[in-house]
Design a protein around this ligand. Structure first.
Ligand code: FE2
Length: 271
């Protein structure tokens, strides 16, 4: 299967660019399944049901979340009913929504997506390693599902890399989100799991991780909040991770970054 993961859609610039590009990308990369992280899609803070609808209509199969998942309270109206919207699995028991689900892909294939959040420089959460391990003990790749993608939303590269190796051989892809900067370490680990520490955001890179520059710089200089953060609105660059998996084992045969837009060096996989 060919799968594409797009990093955090940042505000209007990011979500519009992704929605515009997805139909063409689905065709050009012959994609069977698309996952996007949408936790910053609503002005940088959360996701609304309307934005989720537009993103799914444009060609996303699943939208994952992170620390901003519940910023827009309106999402609570749909997150229990709609399994295409995920939140990190390691929220406390009883949190609305779900942290993983199994989806139908073309030709009778099944894809599992798991969303989890790191705990280093992040809010206190249940252990993401144990939470994912418990799911994988129930659903084995190559038996119950044909591919498994893990979006690990975290700040620390060490924690994300540890997760990659912890899950190596048991999932198709471990990809990081949240830092909003793509890392140059796409690789297939020893056990066959594709890995990238961070997919990077879909957003305006003429910014401080997607936000207009002035307020973040001022906060570093003065330690005071003067204004609210607002997303940068220039043309967005789309960043993500492309993989091809072996349908029999679910393991990765290929991983490449996707970077498309005005700011970063372009890289579009050739299929
Ligand atoms: Fe985040």
């Amino acid at each position: 299967m060919r799968l594409l993961f797009l990093g955090d859609l940042m505000g209007r610039a990011g979500r519009s660019a992704a929605a515009d590009a997805l139909p063409t990308l689905r065709e050009k990369l012959k994609l069977d399944f698309v996952i996007v992280n949408g936790e910053n899609a609503a002005s940088g803070f959360g996701l609304t049901s309307k934005i989720a609808g537009t993103t799914i209509q444009a060609g996303a199969d699943v939208i994952t979340g992170g620390n901003h998942t519940f910023d827009q309270k309106e999402l609570l109206n749909v997150i229990d009913a709609d399994d295409r919207i995920l939140r990190p699995i390691n929220y406390p028991e009883g949190t609305p929504g779900r942290g993983f689900a199994i989806y139908d892909a073309p030709r009778g294939k099944k894809v599992m997506v798991i969303n989890a959040m790191g705990r280093v420089f992040m809010n206190a959460m249940e252990c993401p390693f144990r939470a994912i391990d418990a799911v994988l003990k129930k659903y084995r790749m190559g038996v119950a599902v044909h591919a498994i993608v893990v979006d690990f939303h975290g700040e620390a590269t060490s924690e994300k890399m540890a997760m990659g190796h912890f899950l190596d051989g048991r999932v198709s892809l471990v990809v990081g989100t949240h830092s909003h900067v793509p890392t140059a370490d796409c690789q297939i680990l020893d056990g066959g799991t594709a890995y990238q520490t961070d997919a990077g955001m879909c957003g305006d890179y003429n910014s401080v991780i997607g936000m207009q520059k002035e307020e973040p710089i001022s906060r570093f200089l003065t330690k005071m909040n003067k204004e609210r953060y607002s997303p940068a609105e220039g043309e967005a660059t789309i960043c993500g991770t492309f993989i091809e998996t072996d349908d029999r084992t679910g393991l990765a045969k290929r991983i490449e970054p996707l970077r498309m837009g005005p700011r970063l060096m372009e890289h579009v996989p050739v299929v």
